[in-house]
Every structure is written in C-alpha cells, then in structure tokens.
Design a protein around this ligand. Structure first.
Ligand code: MRU
Length: 365
C-alpha cells in the first residue's frame, strides 16, 4: 500500500540486511515514523508495546526476531530460548506461535553458523506468502462486495472493527483487503470504522489506512454499530481474526462478539477474513480454549492523543482509584459467522467448511 505515493510494507529488511524496519504504529495517525529493530530484545519489546501489532504482522516480526536472536546464540538451546522469549510476548494471536514453530522446525537441519541467515530468509518468505494470502483474501472477498453492489445498485456499507488492514499484516490486510480490491475495481464501498476502544486501532489505524487509499469511510463510536444496523445503514460486517478454531469459532479484538450478535439480530452477513496461519487446528471450542490476553489497565483508564498545539498528551478518563479490567480479545462462536474468507475461498464457519478448503488437514482431524 502507498503512503504519499510511496509503496510500503508494514515490515521489511533494513538496508544493512541484518536488521528490520517497521512502521511505528504507536505514533500513527499523527506521525509516520519508521523504526529499526536490530536485536531480538528490541523485536520482543516492539511486539509487547504494540509498535507492531495485528496477528499476521506479529508472526512475521517474531520470525525476524528469532533470526536476530540466533545472531547472538545459534545453538539448539539458543533456538529454544529465543522461541520461548518471543512466544511469550502476546498470547492470543496464533500466527506468532505458528511462524516461530515453522522457522524453528527447519532450523535444526541447518548448520549453526548458517542459522541466523537461514531464519532471516525464512522470515522474508513468510512475509511474501502473507502478502500473497492477503491479496487472495481480497480477491475472494471483493466478489461478495461486488455481488451485493449489483443486487442493491448503490454503494455498499461495510462495518469493520479494530484494524485488520495492511498495517496488521505485511500488505493488503485481511478484513480490509476485500475493500481495497473492490474499491480499486470501481465497486463503490463505504466503511463504518469502529473506533475500537481502548487502544483505538480503528480510529487511529484503519481510518489512517482508508484515508491514505482514498476509501470513503466514517469513524463511529463502538456503541453505534447496533443502532446503524437497525436502521439498515450497514450491509455487511467484515472483521479479522487472531485465532480461529478448527470448528470455525473466531477470536478477534474485544467488542467483535457484540457486533456479531447485533448483526445476527438484524440478519446482516458477518464475515471474518483470515489467512491459514490464523487457524489453530488443535482447538475446537474457542470460548473455553483460546487464551485471552489481559492488557494493562492504563489502556482503559488513560487516553493519548494530539493537543491543539500539535503536542501529545496522555490524560486520565476514569474515576481515580476505580479498578479497571482490560481483556483484549473476545470469541465469536461459529454460529454467528456467515462465512470465513480465506486465501483459498470462502468457507462455512464449521469444521466441515474449513476442511473442505483445507483437505490436507483431514488426516489430522
Ligand atoms: O491487539 P491488536 O491490535 O494486535 O489486535 C489486532 C486485531 O484484533 C485484528 O483485528 C486482528 O489481528 C485481525 S488480523 C489482521
């Protein structure tokens, strides 16, 4: 995707060939800054503090982090320690664990002196594959938008939650990829963007992306979605996922479940867009089995933003002393999901639906 006419990926190798560059997402939407990550510790810190975030992107970042860790210690024990350190940074998105396991499994057969370079190249391959997958998700999802546009004969209104755009992946995004592909093909699409408290990934990041790409959109308070659905102002919802069970339950940013309930009540299609790396084939019951990240309560009790004079400030918004809780994700059961848009096509949100798209998993099921 382009920023001021220049194409960017959310993560890419630095000119030195041994460190990586990322877009600092804690500075958006007011400042576009690149950050160089030169050590595994720096990558771990960037994931924890959400300089990089979004399920596919933290997977790729972790893979690069592993390569940087091996530059310091490429022994078998070094691989184990690096994987443990990086896997511990964020618990919900399975892409992180998936990417680390993929690189680590291949590393054992590589001589120690070549491991860091091998892992760096493998991280690059994961990044390239993610771009391909996300673009394919865009192509499959755009057909849904184009069909709806043909039926209704007017611009299509999509509601999305959090940021599942190119900033959350390497390029294109998951939930936003169909919107970009449809928009670029001339299908008129307007996006209602949930602000997504407490960290405001919708207001800050999704709105930034859509602005940069020229996609018509409106930011709404998280609580406005149900009302707009009742008024017929939303044609469909598309969100991303951080972990999807083999049975089609999806775990995404906190508040997604409430949107799915409202969509169900109003008979509005609710789609979830995700690449294969987000499916955890070992899990069946998302509500019981997916670990939900509990983040710092300060994300709820405080807000950071830009002042009229251009400076930045963090302010307190909760009654001082009141306890706060900050679960970062929730699970939407498969029964509330109309379809799962993957790089291979659109699946029913069920074990059979997913296995029909990924028949190679049948043996393991
Ligand atoms: O806490 P975050 O910002 O990493 O959460 C991201 C999301 O929940 C996205 O919707 C998700 O990763 C979708 S996949 C691009």
């Amino acid at each position: 995707m382009k920023i001021d006419g220049q194409p960017y990926r959310a993560i890419f190798p630095a000119e030195d060939g041994i460190s990586v560059k990322v877009i600092d997402q804690t500075r958006l939407p007011f400042a576009f800054e690149l950050k160089t990550l030169a050590t595994m510790t720096e990558v771990g810190q960037a994931i924890r503090t959400m300089v990089v975030r979004g399920a596919p992107l933290i997977g790729v970042a972790a893979a690069y982090g592993l390569a940087l860790g091996l530059a310091e210690d490429s022994s078998d024990g070094g691989i184990d320690r690096a994987v443990e350190f990086l896997a511990d940074t964020r618990p919900t998105a399975i892409n992180l664990r998936w990417a680390l396991d993929r690189v680590a499994a291949k590393l054992r057969a590589v001589p120690e002196t070549e491991r860091a370079a091998f892992a760096f190249a493998e991280a690059g391959r994961i990044a390239d594959e993610d771009v391909e997958s996300c673009h394919a998700i865009g192509v499959h999802g755009a057909r849904i938008l184009a069909d709806l546009h043909r039926q209704k004969g007017r611009p299509i209104n999509v509601l999305t939650h959090c940021n599942a755009g190119w900033l959350a992946t390497v390029d294109w995004g998951t939930a936003l990829a169909p919107i970009y592909v449809a928009h670029d093909a001339g299908v008129p699409v307007h996006v209602f963007v949930d602000e997504t408290r407490p960290r405001n990934q919708g207001a800050a990041l999704t709105a930034f992306e859509l602005n940069a790409h020229g996609v018509p959109h409106t930011v709404i308070a998280d609580n406005a979605g149900g009302h707009l659905m009742q008024r017929g102002q939303i044609d469909l919802c598309i969100v991303g996922s951080d972990r999807t069970t083999a049975s089609g339950d999806v775990c995404n940013k906190i508040g997604t479940y409430l949107k799915a309930l409202a969509a169900d009540d109003n008979r509005i299609p609710f789609y979830v867009a995700l690449p294969f790396s987000t499916i955890d084939w070992t899990l069946d019951d998302g509500v019981k089995e997916i670990p939900i990240e509990e983040r710092d309560g300060r994300e709820v009790s405080h807000l950071t933003g830009r002042l009229a004079d251009g400076g930045f400030a963090t302010i307190e918004v909760v009654s001082p002393g009141s306890p706060v809780a900050n679960p970062a994700f929730d699970v939407t059961p498969a029964r509330l999901v109309t379809g799962i848009i993957t790089e291979r096509g659109v699946a029913r949100a069920s074990a059979e639906g997913l296995l029909a798209l990924y028949p190679e998993r049948r043996a393991a099921a």
